[in-house]
Design a protein. Structure first.
Length: 652
């Protein structure tokens, strides 16, 4: 995206990458593509308007929620109600498609995204919480207007929507390296995905010393209240004997509620979550001291060793207490892995409830069936390997579901990847400084042929051709008209002959321009115009591809494979973009007037668009234009003294 090769990074090429915590980067993060965006000129008023509408809709009557697919959809009654509230006749009319998109995003913001779980509000900003690590991600924003919908919901300042300037998936980015490797303690459960997507084999290295940690089976209760009470009782008991406890929660909300309950019971403890993550290493390092109780949100303190305090080894080491199973087994394994390191003793146990999201959404009837067989009373826990296995199966289902999401994202991005390679290769060629003259001459010949073949017909004599159409097309592309063509030239003229005539005339005008401006300056001018045209049209193309992908799933109803349709229509869009690059580059080159050739050097350093990864500052407002004289009315006498009305004279 740079305008000078010296500004580009990774100049040496992508030889090899070694990735720390490789599962976090190549698996967890890979569900979201990397995007560089710039501000789009759009009003934010609509977000507030739609946000006020959502509370007036009722669940099940006006909309339904699919927690598994993380989607919210309006029902027929909901569509009718929204149309009435917004005073539109048909929400599915193409002119209201943006309105419908805003409603869908606002619905998701209100029903699927929870404060202090998915995001927090800090200093008037909505900041995303990483679902895998529990860390804050300042500067990251949800795409497609969802972040703005959350800002409207929380009544904070809505930042301008951003437009995609460049995008790539993690998978395609890292696959550009000739060699790729990484390390982590929790890759084995994702070995199949590493092999399929990245062609990486997973090697399990034995621990330095025998692992003697005792991983107890999960304990499951009917309700969350019973589960938390039981977990609290265990903490109190272990605290009395001085054994340190590390409590794992999956959201900030749960960690803070748990902290309140511990305070009521008079147990001193530390809380580590996204709100105080800057103290992470300091807090987690003390978690192995005698009598320490630490509450952690998905943040198992990776990268910080928990050293056991004096006498803790005799108390069975650090105990890990999980208050809920995560969607991914790896995250649970990371929490467990805080204990029993380097041959230390340790133990772990997860407390679950049938009301937990994982069991409720993905556990299905199998777990409920097992519970009924084993018998379950109020306040009575069930601890059985069958249950632990059933829960692992539920987690496997979620992992497979998430793998499908990543695989589909990659399949669609593979289509974009081929196009991206063509565009960026073209940009690199422009930046290397080699002359674009041969390429421009090829464009002139190609466009001349296109014009000749599109507005003429060899089956009729040349004098009957649509010469006005020919001249209009030539003028539109090359800024000149062929003028009067004598009968002698027209006699026996073929379409190819006309194409040759257009290209020869264009070439001579092109050479004249070069002679006037100077060869070196003209080469520089070509480079700048081509670069800016490519960037502008590629940005539009990315937007078109986004819109194509949004509606492509509906093709399935027509018995068409959405991916094949996306490939075909995406290719057509790309061909059109390449054609427009040539068209617009020539159009500008043949029309440009250089008043001061000395200023061309400045054009060689075009102002680069600011890339925003974060919400940034509000765009500067333009100052109003002040008139020197009083405004003249359209029907007032013209100030020039002609005696005519202003609109008929100088105001025409």
């Amino acid at each position: 995206m740079k305008f000078d090769l010296r500004d580009q990074v990774q100049q040496r090429g992508l030889h090899y990458a070694i990735v720390d915590e490789v599962d976090s980067i190549l698996i967890d993060e890979a569900r979201t593509p990397l995007i560089i965006s710039g501000p789009a000129e759009k009003s934010t008023d609509l977000y507030y308007q739609i946000n006020n509408l959502i509370p007036r809709l009722s669940k099940d009557t006006h909309y339904t929620i699919d927690e598994k697919a993380r989607s919210a959809i309006l029902t027929e009654d909901g569509v009718a109600k929204a149309e009435k509230l917004l005073q539109v006749d048909n929400l599915y009319d193409p002119k209201y498609i943006e309105l419908l998109h805003h409603i869908t995003q606002a619905l998701k913001a209100h029903t699927l995204f929870k404060r202090d779980v998915d995001y927090i509000v800090k200093s008037g900003e909505v900041i995303i919480v990483d679902e895998f690590t529990g860390r804050l991600m300042p500067g990251r924003r949800y795409s497609e207007g969802l972040h703005q919908a959350l800002e409207a919901k929380e009544k904070v300042k809505i930042e301008n929507e951003n437009q995609t300037l460049a995008t790539i998936t993690f998978q395609n980015y890292f696959r550009m390296y000739n060699k790729l490797a990484g390390m982590t303690g929790t890759a084995d459960t994702e070995a199949a995905e590493f092999k399929k997507i990245y062609n990486l084999d997973v090697s399990v290295i034995p621990t330095n010393k025998p692992m003697i940690r005792n991983d107890n089976p999960d304990v499951i209760y009917k309700t969350r209240r019973e589960k938390f009470d039981a977990a609290m009782d265990e903490i109190v008991e272990l605290h009395k004997k001085g054994q340190p406890v590390l409590v794992g929660t999956i959201s900030i909300d749960v960690s803070e509620n748990f902290s309140k309950k511990l305070k009521k019971r008079g147990i001193k403890h530390s809380v580590l979550n996204a709100k105080n993550h800057e103290k992470e290493a300091e807090i987690i390092a003390m978690a192995g001291q005698k009598g320490a109780v630490t509450i952690s949100t998905n943040m198992a303190g990776r990268g910080t060793d928990i050293v056991l305090g004096d006498g803790v080894t005799d108390l069975d080491g650090l105990h890990i207490l999980g208050t809920e199973r995560h969607e991914s087994r790896r995250i649970d394994n990371q929490l467990r892995g805080r204990s029993g390191r380097q041959g230390d003793p340790g133990s772990s146990r997860f407390y679950l409830a049938l009301e937990d999201d994982l069991l409720r959404i993905f556990g299905g009837e199998r777990i409920t069936g097992i519970m009924e067989k084993l018998g379950m009373e109020e306040g009575e826990p069930i601890e059985h390997n069958l249950i632990s296995r059933a829960i692992e199966n539920a987690q496997s289902k979620v992992e497979a579901h998430n793998f499908d999401i990543r695989k589909q994202l990659l399949e669609y991005d593979d289509v974009m990847n081929q196009q991206r390679e063509v565009i960026y290769r073209q940009r690199r060629e422009i930046l290397t400084g080699q002359s674009l003259k041969p390429a421009i001459q090829d464009m002139i010949i190609e466009k001349s042929e296109e014009i000749a073949h599109s507005v003429t017909d060899e089956r009729i004599p040349a004098e009957e051709w649509d010469w006005k159409g020919v001249n209009d097309a030539v003028f539109k592309q090359f800024n000149f008209r062929l003028g009067d063509i004598d009968d002698h030239t027209m006699d026996g003229l073929t379409v190819d002959g006309l194409s040759q005539l257009i290209s020869d005339t264009s070439m001579s005008i092109y050479d004249e321009k070069e002679a006037i401006i100077g060869a070196e300056d003209f080469r520089n001018l070509e480079r700048v115009i081509m670069l800016q045209t490519v960037d502008s049209l590629w940005k539009d193309h990315l937007l078109s591809m986004d819109h194509l992908k949004e509606g492509i799933g509906l093709r399935g109803y027509a018995q068409q494979d959405p991916l094949i349709v996306y490939k075909k229509e995406g290719f057509d869009l790309f061909q059109d973009t390449i054609s427009r690059v040539k068209e617009e580059t020539l159009g500008i080159l043949f029309r440009i007037q250089i008043s001061e050739p000395s200023k061309i050097a400045d054009l060689g350093q075009p102002k680069e668009q600011k890339m925003v990864f974060s919400s940034g500052d509000a765009p500067a407002t333009k100052k109003p234009v002040k008139r020197a004289q009083k405004k003249v009315g359209r029907n007032a006498p013209c100030p020039c003294g002609s005696g005519k009305k202003y609109k008929k004279c100088c105001g025409r």
